[in-house]
Design a protein around this ligand. Structure first.
Ligand code: GCB
Length: 608
């Protein structure tokens, strides 16, 4: 029996959850000797390291910050005696990038990919009423068959260096909460919901997966009032006068799922769910049947000191800023974010385009920043020796992302790749497999997209036919024809748009990226590139273009905030395209957006 479950850990009458976050022990393992030397039974030497967080930015020496290779985390956890008879599991919200987990020296799990949860059932290994040792061996090297893709080079002194093919710092560590759980042996493994609006209210079709045969019931509560119930692993909850989940007006119900054995409740799982529909029709995004124009950001999980580690204070500030500026949507560029962010989007009524970590899929000199990337040989990205393994990893990540996020009202679409090289022959087979898989896995059949790179044009992109809506990353006036050239940039941009108009066939288009690097320190009249004045001129030009095409149904500017990247000649201690600084304070452009987004109606260009 496959007991895999991606359900968010919750406490209930049948479930116990204890946080293992805190100060752990930590050690680099540059010679990869730890497994052989039995470090899983205790690290010979260690320093303290907070969890969750990236390890990188705590260090004051460069070698440690930039460390690439194996490293270990270790802590102790206590298993209460009264938990015997339950299954004991340890769950990681994420661990970046490759993980091997040991309990009391015994290997209990391995996981590839740094942005999705996994767990290990350790019932037979733990000692009750005692402390147990939890050791995690991580590795942050990059290669071309992993998500995100990159390379690992070796310096003349023998040290490894991560060479990302992507434009964000290769933060690593235990980035998200770690939970110890006691679960009933017969339990709920998964559930899904799918909504339908009716004249009387709404109907919620559900499925529940368990690892047993006992009876399942599902109830829906509005606060403490039960509004619908059904029996069986599949069924429909009929909700009279349902209060729908909407942008900036979220309404959440509680779903309560139980397994019964006679009068005993064997397992109970509860979560908040919003009732809403989302679809594409006649070139518009329809939320509950009404058009919605998307406005917001491409983001990153990125902040001072903690790197990519979950920090609820930063999450809170980001949502407050997004509300202030009038945003209603963001893309989880370039990887699925921590679950707590989606819960907050559900609560606050934000729309999410959920992106799998398929980034860096390009053999190019633009492989970000470091000169040692790309081998100069012109091979299509999807015809490489690494492609079969990459596809397998991509399918796994997509499966887990949809498995994890499919019930969030906030999640409206799946982004299946960011800026792949998609002009070569292998593109179609690769794309088809993943786009089909997304449809198969998602009960709500959310629209699928991918972010289309600059060089990928309507007449040469072999990927665009698979997208339910087109998402463009465009930098006219920044990477091409910047400064005084912005006039020509606008003309070239419009020419490209006219080309897309020919291939859309009723699909909406959005911008998933447009932006200009801007130093918060720089002001200049008249403007120069990198000044705050230029960022605003650049944005005005882009918005003029967007506003003149009805098929443009959304604008997600790059980026919400300045963020860390690998050092290099195109980046000044990070990417500075933020509308906010990395410390979450506004640049001038934030006021430009606030004026625009708070005045555009929710259904801008929505007249049908
Ligand atoms: C892109 C990438 C994004 C970069 C951005 C930039 O096209 O998708 O990861 O950060 O451009 O600023 O160059």
């Amino acid at each position: 029996m496959n007991n895999k479950s991606l359900l968010y850990p919750v406490v209930s009458t049948s479930r116990r959850v204890v946080s293992l976050d805190g100060m752990w022990r930590f050690s680099f393992d540059a010679k990869s000797e730890g497994v052989e030397a039995n470090w899983a039974n205790g690290l010979p030497e260690s320093i303290s390291m907070p969890v969750p967080a990236s390890f990188c930015d705590f260090f004051t020496d460069k070698e440690s910050r930039e460390y690439c290779g194996d490293f270990w985390y270790e802590t102790d956890f206590f298993v209460p005696g009264e938990w015997s008879g339950k299954d004991i599991a340890i769950r990681f919200g994420s661990a970046t990038h490759h993980a091997r987990v040991f309990v009391n020296g015994v290997e209990v799990a391995q996981h590839e990919g740094g942005f999705l949860p996994f767990d290990a059932v350790v019932t037979d290994i733990v000692r009750y009423n005692q402390f147990n040792r939890l050791s995690v061996l991580l590795n942050n090297e990059l290669n071309e068959h992993m998500l995100p893709a990159g390379n690992t080079t070796v310096l003349s002194n023998g040290k490894k260096v991560a060479a990302p093919y992507f434009d964000f710092y290769n933060y690593a560590g235990i980035h998200r909460p770690v939970k110890l759980m006691a679960l009933p042996t017969e339990r709920i493994l998964d559930y899904s919901v799918k909504h339908r609006l009716t004249a009387e209210g709404a109907e919620v079709d559900y499925t529940v997966t368990t690892n047993g045969d006992h009876e399942v019931t599902v109830e829906l509560y509005d606060g403490t009032t039960k509004v619908a119930e059904a029996t069986g692993k599949e069924g429909t909850l009929v909700v009279k006068d349902a209060k729908l989940w909407n942008v900036h007006a979220a309404y959440l119900y509680n779903i309560v799922i139980r397994i019964h054995d006679g009068s005993a409740v064997v397992d109970e799982y509860t979560e908040k769910v919003g009732i809403r529909t989302f679809e594409i029709k006649d070139g518009h995004f329809l939320l509950n049947g009404k058009p919605v124009y998307l406005r917001g950001f491409g983001k990153h999980e990125d902040a001072d000191i903690r790197g990519r580690g979950l920090d609820l204070a930063t999450v809170k500030r980001d949502y407050e800023l997004m509300k202030w500026i009038g945003a209603n949507c963001f893309r989880t560029s370039h990887y699925p974010y921590a679950e707590e962010l989606y819960q907050m989007a559900d609560e606050e009524g934000f729309l999410i385009i959920d992106e799998v970590p398929a980034v860096g899929f390009m053999e190019s000199t633009m492989n970000f920043l470091a000169a040692n990337q790309g081998n100069g040989k012109k091979v299509g990205w999807f015809e490489k020796e690494t492609t079969p393994q990459l596809l397998a990893n991509h399918k796994d990540a997509l499966t887990d992302m949809i498995g994890r996020d499919k019930n969030h009202a906030s999640v409206i679409a799946w982004s299946i790749l960011n800026e792949p090289q998609c002009t070569s022959e292998g593109t179609e087979a690769y794309f088809k497999t993943l786009f089909d898989l997304a449809h198969e896995l998602d009960p709500q059949k959310r629209p699928r997209t991918y972010a289309v790179v600059m060089m990928s044009l309507p007449n040469n992109s072999k990927g665009q036919q698979f997208a339910d809506f087109i998402s463009l990353n465009r930098y006219y006036g920044w990477y091409v024809m910047g400064g005084m050239g912005i006039v020509d940039a606008e003309a070239a941009f419009r020419k490209e748009m006219n080309g897309w108009a020919q291939v859309l066939n009723g699909r909406p288009m959005i911008f998933t990226e447009y932006g200009a690097d801007t130093m918060p320190s720089e002001h200049k009249l008249p403007s120069v590139m990198w000044s705050q004045e230029y960022q605003n001129e650049y944005l005005d030009m882009n918005h003029n273009v967007f506003d003149s095409y009805d098929f443009v149904q959304g604008e997600l500017v790059w980026n919400f905030a300045d963020f860390q990247t690998t050092e290099g000649i195109l980046r000044v201690n990070g990417n500075k395209k933020g509308i906010f600084t990395r410390q979450r304070q506004p640049k001038d452009a934030a006021f430009l957006f606030r004026a625009r987004w708070t005045s555009l109606p929710l259904d801008y260009k929505g007249n049908q």
